[in-house]
Design a protein around this ligand. Structure first.
Ligand code: SF4
Ligand code: SF4
Length: 166
């Protein structure tokens, strides 16, 4: 670098605002300056379906999803802010907050809970199933349908009688 260029740079710097701030006394407006900053993962748990996709793609093993209990857990001190979970979430309920996780001496996990709807019970075979069927209201037949049923019953009875006579 030539002497002239160096002198120009040095003099220019004397009249410019410093590029740094006196942190922690001064803080920058991070959301405005760095809107795409990857600080920490947040979950809008009301939209979460506890599918576990985020936990499956997490390369740092920082996520646990317990669908039965309705718990979504993140270990923020394991997370490497890769954002894979945010991209893969089918419900788009994960996002990256611009602020980093607060430094601490006690490493803790964060659990978010959602009450999951109870699974519909499967129909029970056997006596209990028969009881369930009996509880169903009987379908009303039209007179024509009733006549057809009666005719079919009579034909079946006649067939049975003819077979017994052979
Ligand atoms: S991928 Fe999304 S919807 Fe599925 S468990 Fe994770 S946060 Fe919830
Ligand atoms: S940002 Fe990356 S490391 Fe952090 S929880 Fe999501 S997938 Fe895991």
């Amino acid at each position: 670098m030539g002497t002239f260029k160096l002198a120009k740079l040095t003099l220019g710097s004397l009249f410019k605002k410093p590029a740094t701030v006196r942190y922690p006394y001064e803080k920058r407006d991070i959301p405005t300056l760095f809107p795409d900053m990857r600080g920490h993962v947040v979950n809008d748990v009301e939209n979460c379906i506890m599918c576990g996709m985020c936990a499956r793609v997490c390369p740092a093993d920082a996520l646990t999803v317990d669908r039965k209990a309705g718990n979504w857990t993140i270990d923020p001190y394991r997370c490497i802010q890769c954002s894979s979970c945010v991209h893969e979430c089918p419900k788009k309920c994960l996002s990256m907050d611009v602020y980093n996780t607060e430094p601490t001496t006690r490493l803790t996990t964060v659990t978010m809970h959602k009450d999951m709807p109870a699974k519909p019970t499967k129909p029970v075979a056997g006596a209990a199933g028969a009881a369930g069927a009996a509880a169903k209201p009987k379908r009303e037949l039209t007179p024509e349908q009733q006549a057809r049923v009666e005719a079919a019953r009579k034909a079946a009875a006649a067939k049975k009688a003819a077979k017994a006579a052979e």
